[in-house]
Ligand binder design. Structure first.
Ligand code: MN
Length: 240
């Protein structure tokens, strides 16, 4: 039995191969799994739960198959799909997770984050993040028509090269002291996150002990998955 962690699939109509790779992954990896955690930027953009785009409906139906068959699915917001809401959760059967969340993973307390909040050196981004996560901003956005929201998203993409790009060089990496503070604040020694598109396992010096930061990869030429069981953490990649 194992628990699976993925993030940063950036599912979009423009990259159907990624959606296919996700569905193949589910068929291959999910049987026998205890749970699936999706740690943000599952969708490249989410304009609201009322979005009737075929991709959104297709993915929701797939998640509903999994959850109704008894495997729990947990979804955390990323910086691109922060508008995933209660209707998405109800329709898919997935549980939305706050960022950060501490879970009990086979007896160990582990911290889960999307990862963007750790990139504190990127001041412009942190300001945008604060705005995007505010209930007022989200309510205002969701009060607009779907057509208008599509225009706003397209405009944002044109404005910002960084928003438009999936390259790691354009996303600042995490601030190391912010990582240590987070681990200490939550009283844990292990953190799993995505966002930076720099998949790796990093030891983190915590004074008395050495902790670990595991970074999930974005799905592009390869897909990434962290498989955890009682004994091991296995960060795995496969060709798409
Ligand atoms: Mn992200």
């Amino acid at each position: 039995m194992n628990t699976l962690f993925i993030s940063d699939l950036h599912l979009s109509e423009e990259r159907p191969a990624i959606t296919r790779a996700f569905f193949d992954f589910l068929e291959r990896a999910l049987p026998g799994a205890d749970a699936l955690y999706i740690l943000g930027d599952f969708f490249d953009v989410w304009l609201g739960d009322d979005d009737d785009a075929p991709l959104s409906r297709q993915v929701i139906e797939k998640l509903a198959e999994i959850t109704s068959a008894g495997t729990p699915v947990y979804v955390m917001h990323g910086n691109r799909d922060f508008l995933l809401g209660d209707a998405f959760a109800a329709d898919s059967g997935a549980t939305l997770l706050a960022d950060p969340t501490v879970i009990d993973l086979y007896g160990e307390k582990v911290l889960l984050m999307h990862g963007d909040s750790l990139c504190t050196d990127d001041e412009a981004y942190m300001a945008f993040r604060q705005q995007a996560r505010s209930p007022h901003f989200q309510k205002d956005l969701l009060s607009r028509s779907l057509a208008e929201r599509r225009e706003i998203a397209a405009g944002l993409r044109q404005q910002s090269q960084a928003m438009n790009s999936l390259k790691a060089e354009d996303i600042m990496d995490v601030n190391p002291s912010e990582v240590i503070q987070c681990l200490n604040r939550h009283g844990v020694e292990r953190l799993i996150h995505g966002h930076t598109h720099r998949p790796a396992r990093h030891p983190v010096e915590l004074g008395r002990n050495t902790g670990e930061r595991i970074v999930l990869g974005d799905w592009h030429t390869h897909g990434w998955c962290l498989k955890v069981n009682k004994q091991t953490y296995d960060l795995d990649s496969f060709q798409i």
